[in-house]
Design a protein around this ligand. Structure first.
Ligand code: GAP
Length: 503
């Protein structure tokens, strides 16, 4: 069977050092990934572009970097302890554990054929779809456990506390209780000393609202941005880095006066959609999807998702819309909840008008890993160069701001002083902060192809003319056109090109 686009992208990601499976030499760990030398640059460039466009290029947004472990009351107030859960179901046939809301839908009472144990050589079983209206995503069985809520927060303890002894002491005393009551008691014991890895960066901005207000002389409308790791014990992980348990978010909470929130919601929805386009993402693979009323989170008055059409394989073939970013109108939910729980007044007093109000919040919440995956998929292209020779070039058409390597530097031959000149030019580019890569091995055409696969927008070849005319050949990745540029102006030339691209 020919490889699917996604399989090719996964293969390229590993071969060229974008994404590796975590702990691979030990067999890997489900849904955990590491970024290789090119991947780390790509993700860093995405985060830098986000920070520059959201914070440095605006005078109404400031930054923050909060700790990952926060006071457990933060999660009590935000509602995460009580409600940040997914409906979990076990398949009694193949033992798969999955999310009920993501399972393949089927008509209750209809046939649910599967194989025993989910094995391809297992005997055929004829089953029925239960009243819940879905089947196991792995084996198709309708023989499923009841749904139970599974909290997605990772729990740990802070300091030299080990709830194990308390649990051991309690076990005998609780033996007479029924399993549900016993569970509740034990959960209470663990909960006493528990802290959590943050499942979103957003709460750091809400609990620091007063600190930022009092230290930064900002006033509504203003935003607080943060980029950092979040953790969710996801039941269903899939498609490389699309949904993982450890990921990076790029979130901004924009505090506005109530009554102006609808306008700012429109503003940020449009601005965030345009941001992906400004970094070269193909418009036809992007859409803004407003949430149905039934989909809205309990805190949200409105929400739209920026979605990308990923080349994922599914039941219908290739391609699936997936969320890159959600823009939500969270009204005053979070500030009010933290006010109630902390006892601190988180309202804002406008001195000019003598008005006091609790700001509403518009939140553009993006994921750095998802964006990196989407930019990687979007950049991937195969081009027929010579049909007769079946010469196909694989190229990553990254926007220059995002490209992990900006310039490949090659001496045409490994003699006549060309390598020395090439290294001299490479040093000049690197000194300017233009990430470049030196390559002297193999035919020049192969070196171009290697840089195409790494997504470098430009290559520079140092040849005999460099010495006589002090010029070099610059080759464009996308058009493959070549031009001569004075060697002495090379750093300025690329700095200008990068500036023109918005860097
Ligand atoms: N503060 C709101 C919030 O966290 P979210 O839609 O749950 O909203 C925002 O997350 C973004 O974070 C998503 O659009 C996605 O890009 C990213 N994200 C969420 N869960 C993720 C996961 N398990 N793996 C990778 N990225 C994730």
């Amino acid at each position: 069977m020919p490889e699917s686009t996604m399989q090719k992208i996964v293969g390229l990601a590993k071969r060229r050092g974008f994404i590796f499976q975590s702990s691979e030499i030990y067999g890997g760990l489900k849904a955990c990934y590491d970024y290789g030398p090119l991947g780390v640059e790509l993700k860093r460039n995405i985060k830098d572009a986000w920070w520059r466009d959201m914070v440095h290029r605006r005078d109404d947004v400031v930054g923050l970097d909060c700790s990952i472990i926060m006071h457990p009351d933060v999660w009590r107030a935000s509602g995460h302890l009580a409600g940040f859960s997914d409906p979990l179901v076990d398949c009694r046939n193949c033992k798969e554990r999955f999310r009920a809301d993501k399972a393949p839908r089927a008509v209750p009472g209809s046939a649910a054929a599967c194989r025993e144990g989910g094995r391809s050589d297992g005997k055929k079983l004829a089953g029925v779809v239960g009243p819940q209206g879905y089947v196991c995503p792995v084996c198709g069985s309708g023989d499923l456990s009841p749904e139970r809520q599974f909290n997605l927060m990772f729990r740990t303890s802070l300091g030299p506390v080990d709830p194990m002894q308390q649990i051991l002491d309690a076990v005998d005393a609780l033996a007479a209780l029924d399993p549900e009551a016993r569970r509740e008691k034990l959960a209470g014991i663990i909960g006493e000393t528990a802290v959590y890895l943050r499942p979103e960066t957003a709460q750091g901005m809400f609990v620091n609202f007063l600190n930022v207000l009092n230290s930064s002389r900002v006033k509504p409308p203003f935003g607080v941005a943060q980029c950092g790791k979040s953790y969710r014990n996801e039941i269903t992980t899939s498609n490389l880095t699309f949904r993982t348990c450890e990921f990076e978010q790029m979130e901004m909470e924009f505090f506005v006066e109530p009554g102006t929130d609808d306008r700012w919601f429109e503003y940020w929805s449009k601005a965030r959609f345009e941001w992906y386009k400004s970094l070269g993402m193909r418009a036809e693979r992007l859409r803004l999807r407003p949430h149905e009323q039934s989909e809205l989170a309990h805190y949200a008055k409105a929400c739209v998702d920026v979605e990308y059409f990923f080349p994922f394989e599914n039941q219908d073939g290739e391609g699936e819309w997936g969320e890159l970013e959600g823009i939500a109108n969270r009204i005053d939910y979070d500030l009010r909840k933290h006010s109630e729980h902390s006892g601190k007044d988180l309202s804002y007093f406008e001195t000019e008008t003598k008005k006091r109000y609790t700001p509403f919040v518009i939140e553009p919440a993006a994921g750095a890993d998802r964006a990196a995956l989407a930019f990687l998929c979007d950049a991937y292209a195969e081009e027929m160069i010579d049909r007769e020779k079946n010469d196909v070039r694989t190229v990553l058409r990254f926007h220059p701001r995002l490209a992990p390597v900006k310039v490949g530097v090659f001496p045409l031959v490994k003699k006549d002083g060309l390598p020395e000149k090439a290294r001299e030019l490479l040093s000049q580019l690197m000194a300017e902060g233009i990430n470049s890569f030196y390559d002297e091995s193999g035919a020049i055409g192969r070196r171009y192809r290697r840089m195409d696969e790494a997504g470098a927008p430009w290559c520079v070849t140092i040849d005999a003319g460099t010495k006589t005319e002090d010029s070099v050949t610059v080759r464009e990745r996308d058009s493959m056109e070549q031009s001569r540029v004075p060697a002495g102006r090379l750093a300025d030339y690329f700095r200008d090109r990068l500036r023109l691209s918005g860097a």
